[in-house]
Design a protein around this ligand. Structure first.
Ligand code: SF4
Ligand code: SF4
Length: 426
């Protein structure tokens, strides 16, 4: 196996143990489950990393490494604790820009996520396209455009500016919000719901410091650590001068924000800043579970609910438990679990853009398993998973809604004063 120093030396060291070829990672790999290909597994990829093929990766080699969701299921079961995700992204870092299927599409999506103005422009274009109704009803693009929410009021500037400008040197205390791309641009109701919950829980406003960018997970997953580091620096700087906990309503964002110190292995200054930043990051469910004394929830009507575990939460005890414990606070809500355990939804960040058919095959398993429990509603707390469920359910004409956990919990607040945060106008 190739053992070069990686970008995440906390995980990738020259003395990693070798793959035992035990096959534990095979049975849990969602890509292997639908393709039956050994090359899709961690074991297969680790074998390839140790061959001469790694020196001059062919298009086929690149395609094999691109066909990975980075879901983490393999890492969670690996008896040797191999840093499979870091090794996979390191392999990708040696590939040309447009590797794997639909390489151009993936690069454009990554660039849009990293450029607020571009992303905002694309969302406006998408909303406009949807309004002229020019696409066939069963078009995949039309289903995706259906996910976009139109922001009320005047057009916003390209620079996110949810908090008012503050005098230089003034510190902001209280809960802060790392908004994330979905809640900021695509589905602002998620940000509105999070702000509403925070207001009820803490009695104060939720501040979203300006200057925030994409968390950088897409860049890191694509094997572009420089891009990921640049976004991390911008985000850390955006929260400088603030002191409160940093809430994220996206499981993928929160998991990536927690890895920021690993991005700065060779830069002690930024590594220390990243550590301080990470210490303040709070995943949505865990944060609100500690603030329930002022929160009472009841479903508007008796609801059968299915909770989808985002891969970025389901491999830690707290990540699995906290969203369920929060949901179980809602009176008149019955939560169901599938018989065959949680499944990956197939979205995988930009994976679904490169391999839409494969992503849909993986989704089909998760969807069947969920629908077998007879839910009225599917709830999840990851922006990528949410979009996958919304488009997948719509494509299947399933009479089931998929909503973000924040939106569901805010809709169940008792009493619902309808009061809105000063800093959000959704
Ligand atoms: S679980 Fe770990 S040790 Fe076992 S085959 Fe997979 S990568 Fe190798
Ligand atoms: S990260 Fe997920 S998709 Fe990739 S090899 Fe591991 S189990 Fe398979």
């Amino acid at each position: 196996m190739s053992r070069e120093a990686g970008d995440r030396p906390a995980n990738v060291t020259p003395r990693q143990p070798e793959c035992a070829r035990c096959g534990s990672c095979t049975v849990v790999c969602p890509v292997y489950r639908v393709t039956g290909r050994e090359s899709a597994t961690a074991r297969g990829k680790l074998h390839l990393l140790g061959t001469g093929l790694a020196e001059a990766p062919s298009a086929l080699y690149q395609d094999i490494f691109a066909r990975c969701l980075l879901c983490g299921a393999c890492e969670a079961v690996c008896p040797r604790d191999l840093p499979i995700l870091a090794l996979t992204t390191r392999a990708r870092s040696r590939f040309p820009a447009f590797y794997g299927r639909h390489g151009l599409r993936k690069v454009l999506a990554r660039k849009a996520l990293a450029s607020p103005g571009l992303l905002q422009g694309l969302v406006r274009l998408g909303v406009g396209l949807r309004q002229i109704n020019a696409l066939p009803a069963d078009s995949g693009l039309r289903l995706k455009l259906g996910l976009l929410e139109q922001r009320p009021g005047a057009a916003r500037s390209a620079e996110p500016a949810d908090s008012p400008a503050r005098p230089a040197g003034e510190s902001v205390a209280g809960p802060l919000y790392f908004t994330g791309c979905l809640a900021r641009y695509l589905q602002p109701s998620v940000a509105g719901a999070t702000a509403k919950l925070a207001r009820h829980a803490t009695g104060g406003d939720l501040h979203a410091p300006p200057g925030q960018r994409c968390c950088g997970l897409a860049a890191w997953a694509a094997g572009r650590p420089d891009e990921a580091r640049q976004l991390a620096r911008q985000n850390i700087a955006a929260f400088a001068g603030t002191t409160g906990p940093i809430i994220t309503s996206c499981a993928s964002c929160s998991s990536h924000l927690e890895t920021y110190p690993d991005l700065f292995a060779d830069d002690p200054g930024w590594r220390e800043k990243a550590r301080s930043f990470r210490a303040r990051v709070r995943e949505f469910s865990s944060f609100f579970l500690e603030k329930t004394e002022n929160l009472k929830f009841a479903a508007q009507e008796t609801a059968r609910l299915f909770y989808h575990d985002p891969c970025h939460l389901r491999f830690t005890g707290e990540g699995r438990e906290a969203p369920r414990r929060l949901l179980d606070l809602v009176a008149d809500c019955r939560r169901f679990e599938p018989d065959d355990g949680p499944h990956c939804c197939g979205q995988g960040g930009l994976f679904h853009l490169g391999y839409p058919d494969l992503a849909d095959q993986i989704f089909a398993t998760a969807c069947e398993s969920a629908l077998a429990t007879g839910p009225d509603i599917v709830v999840t707390t990851c922006s990528g998973c949410l979009m996958q469920w919304q488009t997948g359910l719509a494509a299947r004409h399933a009479p089931v809604r998929a909503v973000h956990l924040a939106v569901f919990m805010a809709s169940c607040l008792v009493p619902d004063s309808g009061e809105r945060s000063r800093f959000f106008s959704f």
